[in-house]
Design a protein around this ligand. Structure first.
Ligand code: GP9
Length: 420
C-alpha cells in the first residue's frame, strides 16, 4: 500500500503533464537510440587542455542538441548495471549489490518493453561477455528482442577490455541499418573503463603535466570516447537514421579517481564539498532531436531515472501508469542554463538530494545534526535549512517506494486494476 500510494501520486502528476504539455508526442514514431558512456563525467565537456578540446566532437554536437549541464548519475554498488537500471527502468538501485544480479527474475516496466508494446523492435548492444552483470538474464526480462554481446562483433580493433568503441559503434550501426523501424537501440560503450591506460597508438591528446598519471590517462580515454561518438554520429547520418531518431547519450558513473588535486588543477579552482559532490555525480546528458530543435544548454537538474520518461514523453507514449520514478526533462517547462531550480528532486542512493536550490548530503554516521545543507549554486550553507529536512524526508520516501517494488516484485500488483 505504501508503494502504491507513492506511485499513484506519481501517476497523477504524469497524467496531468501528458494532457497539457505541447511537447508530448511531438516526435511520435521516431527511432530511439540511447548510448551509455563508460565512466564519462560532465566536467570534461567544453574544456581545453593546452589548446586542444578534450571533447571536440561532443562540443560540436551541442550546437544542434539539448545539453543538460546539471544532470547526475544515480548509481550505487551496481555501477554500470545500476546506470542501465536507472535509465531503462527508472527505479533506484539497491543500497547493496546490483538489481541486475539480485532481482533479475522480478518484473519491471522498462523502456524496451514499453516501446515493443507500441510496435518497436528493441535491441541492446555491448561488446563484452553477455553474462557480465547478469545481462543475459536481465535483458531477457526487460523485453529486448536481441542482446548483441561480444560474440556478435568482429574484434577488429582490440582495445582495453574488448573491442574499441569506434569499431563497436560502426558495427552496431551496421546492425541497426537492417532493423525494422521504428526501433529502440541501447548501446553501452566500454573503452573508457578504469584504469584508462590506452596504448600509445590510441593516445591523441597532449595531456601536458597530467602525462603518466591516472587523471591524464582518463583525459586520453574520454578523448578517445569522444572521437568514437563523432564516428557514431557520422555513421548514423550516412545510414539515413540521424534525422529519424531521438539520439541521446549520458555517462554511467564517475571515474573512481578520488584525489581532488588533479581535478582542481585541471579546472583551475579549488573545490568545496558541494562542488566535489557535483563533479563526482555529474555526467552529461545530451539529446539530439530529429529536426535539430530546442538546441541549447539547460540548467534544470535531472538524473538517470529521467531518461525513459523523457523519451516516452517525446514519443507521446504514456508512462503515467508505469512503475517508473523519473519525470520527463524535455517539456514546455525547459529551463535555460542559468535556471537550476526546479520543482523536482534528484535523489541519490545514500539519501542525498538536490532540487537545484539546495544540495542535501546526509551524514555518514546517520546523525541528522551532522548532515549538510548547501546552497546548490555556491556550496555555501543554505539559507533555508528546513527545506533540506523536508526534501530529505521526501527522498527517503522515494527510495523506500523503489526498494519495496524491486525487492518484493510489486510491479504486477501496481498494475492491478489499471488497464493493460
Ligand atoms: C562491463 C562493463 C563494466 O561489461 O559494463 O562495468 P563497470 O565495471 O563499469 O560497472
Amino acid at each position: 500500500e505504501e508503494a502504491k500510494r507513492w506511485f499513484d501520486n506519481r501517476e497523477a502528476d504524469r497524467k496531468a503533464l501528458e494532457t497539457s504539455d505541447a511537447l508530448y508526442g511531438r516526435y511520435n514514431g521516431s527511432n530511439v537510440i540511447v548510448i551509455q558512456l563508460e565512466a564519462f563525467q560532465n566536467f570534461v565537456i567544453n574544456r581545453k587542455i593546452g589548446n586542444a578540446e578534450v571533447t571536440p566532437n561532443i562540443n560540436k554536437l551541442l550546437g544542434t542538441s539539448l545539453y543538460f549541464s546539471n544532470f547526475y548519475h544515480q548509481t550505487s554498488q551496481g555501477r554500470t548495471s545500476d546506470a542501465d537500471l536507472a535509465a531503462n527502468v527508472s527505479l533506484q538501485p539497491l543500497p547493496t549489490g546490483s538489481v541486475f544480479i539480485r532481482y533479475a527474475q522480478h518484473t519491471y516496466d522498462s523502456m524496451p518493453q514499453t516501446l515493443k508494446d507500441h510496435g518497436y523492435t528493441a535491441n541492446v548492444f555491448h561488446a563484452y561477455d553477455g553474462g557480465f552483470w547478469n545481462r543475459n538474464m536481465m535483458y531477457d526480462q526487460l523485453g529486448y528482442d536481441t542482446f548483441y554481446s561480444k560474440n556478435a562483433f568482429v574484434i577488429d580493433e582490440p582495445l582495453g577490455w574488448s573491442l574499441g568503441d569506434r569499431s563497436f559503434f560502426k558495427q552496431s550501426v551496421a546492425l541497426m541499418k537492417k532493423e525494422k523501424q521504428p526501433f529502440y537501440s541501447f548501446l553501452i560503450s566500454l573503452t573508457s573503463h578504469h584504469p584508462y591506460a590506452l596504448p600509445k597508438t590510441a593516445q591523441t591528446l597532449d595531456v601536458g603535466t597530467f602525462k603518466g598519471t591516472i587523471f591524464g590517462d582518463y583525459l586520453e580515454a574520454v578523448h578517445y570516447a569522444d572521437a568514437a561518438i563523432g564516428v557514431l554520429v557520422d555513421e548514423l547520418k550516412t545510414a539515413g537514421l540521424w534525422d529519424r531518431s531521438i539520439f541521446m547519450f549520458y555517462g554511467d558513473h564517475d571515474n573512481s579517481i578520488r584525489e581532488w588535486e588533479p581535478f582542481e588543477s585541471f579546472l583551475g579552482k579549488s573545490l568545496n564539498e558541494a562542488d566535489r559532490f557535483r563533479i563526482l555525480k555529474g555526467v552529461p546528458l545530451v539529446v539530439h532531436l530529429p529536426d535539430d530543435a530546442l538546441a541549447g544548454t539547460y540548467g534544470q537538474v535531472g538524473g538517470q531515472l529521467d531518461v525513459t520518461p523523457t523519451a516516452l514523453h517525446l514519443l507521446g507514449i504514456s508512462s503515467a501508469d508505469k512503475a517508473m520514478i523519473g519525470t520527463p526533462l524535455i517539456t514546455g517547462q525547459l529551463k535555460r542554463e542559468e535556471q537550476q531550480s526546479s520543482n523536482k528532486q534528484v535523489v541519490f542512493r545514500n539519501g542525498a538530494f538536490t532540487d537545484g536550490d539546495v544540495l542535501y548530503l546526509p551524514s555518514e554516521d546517520g546523525l541528522p545534526e551532522h548532515s549538510k545543507c548547501y546552497a546548490f549554486a555556491t556550496g555555501a550553507a543554505a539559507a533555508d535549512a528546513a527545506a533540506c529536512q523536508a526534501g530529505a524526508a521526501k527522498a527517503r520516501e522515494e527510495l523506500q517506494a523503489s526498494d519495496l517494488v524491486v525487492e518484493h516484485d510489486l510491479v504486477p500488483m501496481l498494475h492491478e486494476g489499471s488497464g493493460p
